[in-house]
Design a protein around this ligand. Structure first.
Ligand code: BJW
Ligand code: ZN
Length: 248
């Protein structure tokens, strides 16, 4: 199927869909100039994931982990949502049910206007106390180390999900409901290697829904998708949405 045919097919599926679910990854924010994790320019080229994004790394050297998060917070603070984030906001009102879930911690979906976005890996603009688990919004730049909990004085950590940690069970339950009931799943800008999100498309397919991948490059999941659209999120997603609104 050519790219143009894949886009047309997806537009058609969306026009006939009632329940739509969307999973996004770092690729959608790459179009807002936020680095992805994997790939030639990815963050993991410079840093080892297990040295920074794991509970073990934080226990060993919380200052180092906070330095990395402070650097990323400063980088993200200057970035804005792009037209792919915005197109998903426009799309959200067009269906009986529209559920957006993201692996991104940058908060750009919320900034674009997607207020119910399920942030399955947390949010870089929140901190959590390692002692009393209180979660608070925090946009301080830079973070003064050691950041301390206002409630109990414990050490604060980024409110994100590291390797080996469980996802928030309430958020995961909401994801499962949306995956089991959707007619169409759009998977945008994720390499599809990190669990459990990497299994979402397969779950949806087994439940009988239509799966579409939008990505610059093929991924391990591409072969099992119903349709693959090759391209940048900022070019493809608005196209799907515009056509839907015009013809819907
Ligand atoms: C574009 C583009 C453009 C670029 N337009 N596209 C089962 C089997 C094996 C292992 C496991 C398993 N279950 C759990 C695990 C362990 C682990 C895991 O999956 N490991 C694998 C790597 C092997 N998972 C976990 O530990 C998870 N917890 C869990 O499952 O708990 C239960 C459990 C624990 C332990 C054992 C068993 C069960 C938690 C995962 C947490 C991931 N955390 C991170 C860091 C978050 C905080 C932070 O940001 O600092 O989340 S890692 C990092 O990867 C980040 C991302 O959200 C995540 C996914 O990355 P994403 O979004 O896919 O980005 P990239 O860079 O990989 O890809 C970008 C894509 O965009 C590419 O495809 C490009 O082509 C594309 N692209 N420009 C469109 N313009
Ligand atoms: Zn506390």
């Amino acid at each position: 199927m050519s790219n143009q045919e894949a886009i047309k097919k997806t537009q058609h599926k969306l026009r006939n869909a009632r329940f739509v679910t969307v999973l996004t990854g770092a690729g959608i924010s790459a179009d807002s100039d936020i680095p992805t994790f994997r790939g030639a320019e990815g963050l993991w080229k410079q840093y080892r994931a297990e040295d920074l994004a794991s509970p073990h790394a934080f226990a060993r050297d919380p200052r180092l982990v906070w330095e990395w998060y402070s650097w990323r917070r400063a980088l993200i603070a200057a970035k804005m949502p792009n037209c792919a984030h915005e197109a998903l906001v426009s799309m959200s009102g067009q269906f009986s049910s529209f559920v957006l879930m993201t692996q991104n911690v940058d908060g750009l979906h919320g900034m674009a206007g997607s207020h119910d976005c399920l942030e399955i890996h947390g949010n870089i603009w929140k901190v959590r106390c390692t002692k009393c688990s209180t979660v608070t919004d925090n946009r301080d730049l830079p973070i003064v180390f050691p950041p301390q909990c206002a409630v109990c004085g414990g050490l604060l950590r980024p409110h994100v999900v590291w390797f080996g940690e469980s996802l928030d069970s309430q958020i995961l339950d909401r994801c499962m409901c949306a995956l089991q009931s959707c007619d169409v799943l759009l998977v945008i800008g994720t390499s599809g290697v990190v669990q459990p999100a990497a299994s979402f498309a397969m779950m949806v397919k087994l439940a009988g829904a239509y799966t579409v991948e939008i990505n610059l490059d093929p991924t391990p999941s591409s072969g099992s998708m119903d349709t693959v659209i090759k391209g940048r999120a900022k070019d493809v997603v608005p196209l799907l949405c515009e056509n839907f609104i015009q013809e819907g």
